[in-house]
Ligand binder design. Structure first.
Ligand SMILES: NC(=O)c1ccc[n+]([C@@H]2O[C@H](COP(=O)([O-])OP(=O)(O)OC[C@H]3O[C@@H](n4cnc5c(N)ncnc54)[C@H](O)[C@@H]3O)[C@@H](O)[C@H]2O)c1
Ligand SMILES: O=c1ccn([C@@H]2O[C@H](COP(=O)(O)OP(=O)(O)O[C@H]3OC[C@@H](O)[C@H](O)[C@H]3O)[C@@H](O)[C@H]2O)c(=O)[nH]1
Length: 394
């Protein structure tokens, strides 16, 4: 009897130990299943690496895939009546395979910049403010609408930030609706007064959030944020160009930017206004190089942001001397007061543009300045003998 009791106690103990072990194993597996990522998700998270699951892009209009109706590429350019935009229109229209639609409110652009194309069967011009929604069937959107000159964007700062935020939201909504690829012309100003020099796209910037330039600098930063949020959330095909200072024919003569100011002042026989200290630097990209870069970015596979600019860096005093030498030898300059928050230095690192887009600027300052001066002279009704460039200036 005693041995029977012993055996019973032993088997009860053994059973209890087994129960504990099994319960423990189940608890551990349950805990792990809560923590472990389900296998079907693992790939997705790995794909984005940021916890979001990639979305398929919105479907384009059925016309895009129609077999019998051959449509041209329908390209919307907001801000297409402006300086860069009108050169982009020229290039896309000259390709002959596109239908181009410009939406512009003519705040800083003019119809005059587009007179060559008005009435052309593949061209349409709409007077439209992008802070209001726009419904247009299209395949690509170049979103350039925003005043670029500090004089213009500081004129109505609230409107400038509305244009950058609401305007970009409206264009992203349109792109999502019609399944269009959208390119934003952002700016080197997203780096603010850079502490990194030259600036790479990984640099987060040094921007004053409440200054007189913030409507533009922060507006463009928010525009970039919105572009990436639509990309991550809706799978939109986005492209972001961070454009550095660009110059060339068709800039507003009274635009207030440094190259247009110096050339107009020299041609008019006025003293060039070098804003203090004059040792601050910029890098200038000729407009035809800029347009090449934008088209390559839109046609490529990289979302960006990608710096597009000319790494040739020089001070404002050097620029004034270049205008004196190349445009008007009798020109003189004076140092005048600068505006708040003016960046002290700016120079693009264009490694990504070169490697990913196969792009690099081709027009030197020495070649570009006279071409711009010839355009200004003709528009100002003054004579300007175009001197042949005497070798690369920078
Ligand atoms: N030129 C540069 O050095 C430079 C540098 C960096 C970034 N960018 C960017 O490139 C783009 C074009 O610059 P740009 O030099 O041709 O300037 P721009 O002022 O000549 O052209 C801007 C165009 O947008 C239009 N526009 C402005 N607000 C609008 C609105 N709310 N709705 C519709 N149209 C509107 C203007 O009328 C103008 O035609 C801008 O987005 C600018 O921020 C330019
Ligand atoms: O008459 C002038 C005008 C400007 N300047 C100086 O020239 C430098 C460049 O000023 P600009 O107004 O031409 O242009 P910014 O560099 O301020 O902005 C420019 O580049 C960034 C883009 O996003 C902007 O759209 C473009 O305007 C500044 O240091 C300014 O102080 C002068 O010395 N004299």
């Amino acid at each position: 009897m005693q041995s029977y009791g012993f055996e019973l106690r032993l088997s009860l103990k053994f059973g209890f130990v087994c129960f504990i072990l099994i319960a423990n194993a189940l608890a551990v597996r349950e805990a792990r299943s809560i923590l472990l990522i389900p296998s079907n998700m693992a790939g997705a998270l790995a794909a984005n690496g940021d916890g979001t699951v990639p979305k398929t892009p919105p479907t384009p209009s059925p016309l895009r895939s129609s077999k019998y109706t051959t449509t041209k590429m329908r390209i919307l350019i907001t801000g297409g009546a402006g300086f860069i935009g009108s050169h982009l229109v020229d290039r896309l229209m000259e390709e002959g395979t596109n239908e181009v639609i410009v939406a512009d409110n003519f705040f800083s652009g003019t119809k005059d910049n587009l007179k060559r194309w008005i009435g052309h069967p593949n061209f349409e011009l709409i007077r439209h403010d992008v802070t209001e929604p726009l419904l247009v069937e299209c395949d690509q959107i170049y979103h350039l609408a925003c005043p670029a000159s500090p004089i213009f964007y500081k004129y109505n700062p609230v409107k400038t930030i509305k244009t950058n935020v609401m305007g970009t939201l409206n264009m992203l909504g349109l792109a999502k609706r019609v399944g269009a690829r959208i390119l934003l012309t952002s700016t080197s100003e997203v780096y603010g007064d850079p502490l990194q020099h030259p600036q790479t796209e990984e640099y987060w910037g040094n921007v004053n959030p409440i200054g007189v330039r913030s409507c533009y600098d922060e507006g463009k930063r928010v525009a970039e944020t919105l572009m990436f949020d639509y990309h991550r959330q809706h799978g939109l095909e986005i492209r972001i160009a961070r454009i550095f200072n660009t110059y060339g024919p068709r800039m507003n003569i009274d635009d207030g930017r440094v190259v247009s100011n110096f050339i107009a002042q020299a041609l008019r026989g006025e003293v060039m206004t070098v804003q203090a200290p004059g040792t601050q630097t910029r890098s200038f990209c000729y407009v035809s190089d800029m347009v090449d870069g934008l088209i390559k970015l839109m046609g490529g596979d990289n979302t960006g942001p990608i710096n597009i600019g000319n790494p040739g860096e020089f001070t404002m005093l050097e620029l004034a001397n270049a205008v004196k030498e190349l445009i008007e030898p009798s020109a003189t300059y004076k140092i005048v007061e600068n505006t708040p928050d003016d960046p002290r230095q700016r120079k693009p690192d264009i490694t990504k543009a070169t490697k990913l887009l196969g792009w690099a600027p081709t027009v030197s300052l020495r070649e570009g300045l006279p071409l711009m001066a010839e355009d200004f002279a003709q528009r100002l009704g003054v004579s300007f003998p175009l001197q042949s460039p005497r070798g690369p200036f920078f």
